[in-house]
Design a binder for this molecule. Structure first.
Ligand code: ZN
Length: 90
């Protein structure tokens, strides 16, 4: 069992102990704690990247769909005008 020195009392303790048996201070667990603190940040980063990608995708989609929708609306208006003209001609 490798031994490390306790940061609180500087006595040698097992690196597998989460707390010092001499003073009860926190030990190697601080490493796990750092990992636990890092993971939420990574998750937040990942979520941020996903949200950013989604926003970019939506923007691209709107840019592709936008002109098409305008064309469709213009075509519909043209048809309405044509219909009205045909009715007036009758
Ligand atoms: Zn200690």
């Amino acid at each position: 069992m490798p031994l490390i020195s306790c940061p609180e009392c500087e006595r040698e303790v097992s690196d597998k102990a989460s707390t010092c048996p001499h003073c009860g201070g926190p030990l190697a667990a601080s490493k796990d704690r750092q990992l636990e603190e890092l993971q939420p940040r990574r998750v937040i980063k990942l979520v941020g990247i996903i949200v950013l990608l989604a926003v970019v995708l939506v923007l691209c989609w709107e840019r592709i769909r936008g002109p098409q929708r305008e064309l469709e609306e213009a075509r519909e208006q043209e048809e309405k005008i044509n219909e009205r003209m045909m009715q007036e001609m009758d």
